[in-house]
Design a protein around this ligand. Structure first.
Ligand SMILES: [Zn+2]
Ligand SMILES: [Zn+2]
Length: 275
């Protein structure tokens, strides 16, 4: 069965991913206001009232801003790790149900298998996720201070990947952020640079089971990155590893201000929209 995915928002100003498989519809993170998420879902012709679950990666505001509001408004259960629940409690507000999951756990929602895996980040108990059915596997890994073998292993056999490319090292170094914040971004609890992602991606792609995988460079910093820079850095590294964009894979930068197009991934991975 096909899987539908759309990036509603990605970046330090807010993250939200829409995903559907059969009769299961999810949001992964809800880091914009409830109203803005409603607007963006409407733009891709999808209805927040149809959401079955809200999965949270970690408690930072750019991932949970609208989660409590949406959960109450549409009666949607939120899934998060124990540590994330504790850290996000105040920001999420009063909720009817709290679905707790482990940092490393596999569970089922309808025909969709969901797996969480730990990521190194300065949050209480942060995770990345993969989503799969018998035909398609999608992975989401952002907000990572560094790459672990556990993450690489979790991201094996993907058809579609949303991978962090947070900052360009030169832009960060020369930019206006205070030294303390620059250090935090580069720390083991911070974010991956374009360069780190570019070096790592060929290893992930080598295990892809799709002959035409889709990669979204995600969580780009507005201050310390440019989409064209992230794209070029990754493109060059892929080229060196023998991958040609367009022939061997689709590479995109995940959108920040407006939702991206709805992508339909099927077993041939001939997604609905090619550009
Ligand atoms: Zn974030
Ligand atoms: Zn974060």
């Amino acid at each position: 069965m096909a899987l539908e995915i759309a990036v509603l928002a990605s970046g330090s100003s807010g993250n939200a991913i829409y995903l559907n498989e059969g009769n299961i519809t999810l949001l992964i993170d809800a880091g914009l206001s409830g109203k803005e998420i409603e607007r963006r879902m409407k733009k891709i012709a999808r209805n927040p009232a149809d959401l079955d679950a809200l999965l949270i990666t970690h408690e930072h505001g750019d991932h949970i801003k609208g989660a409590g509001v949406l959960a109450r408004r549409y009666n949607i259960p939120i899934y998060a790790t124990e540590g994330t629940w504790k850290a996000a409690e105040k920001k999420l507000g009063k909720l009817k149900s709290r679905q707790k999951r482990l940092t490393k756990e596999r569970w089922q929602l309808g025909g969709l298998t969901i797996e969480s895996f730990p990521i190194p980040h300065d949050a209480a108990e942060p995770v990345g996720y993969t989503f799969s059915n018998e035909e398609i596997k999608v992975g989401l890994a952002t907000d990572m201070g560094y790459i672990t073998s556990e993450i690489t292993e979790a991201l094996q056999g993907l058809d579609c990947l949303l991978l962090e490319a947070n900052h360009d090292l030169d832009l960060l170094r020369e930019g206006s952020y205070p030294v303390r914040l620059k250090r935090r971004i580069r720390s083991e609890g911070g974010h991956l640079s374009n360069e780190e992602t570019a070096r790592w991606l060929p290893e992930i792609l080598a295990s892809s089971r799709s002959n035409y995988p889709v990669v979204f460079l995600s969580h780009l910093s507005a201050e310390n990155n440019r989409p064209e820079l992230a794209y070029l850095t990754v493109k060059n590294s892929l080229k060196e590893a023998g991958y040609n964009i367009g022939d061997d894979l689709i590479l995109k930068c995940a959108p920040r201000r407006e939702p991206g197009k709805l992508l339909v991934l099927d077993n041939l991975c001939q997604e609905g929209e090619k550009s």
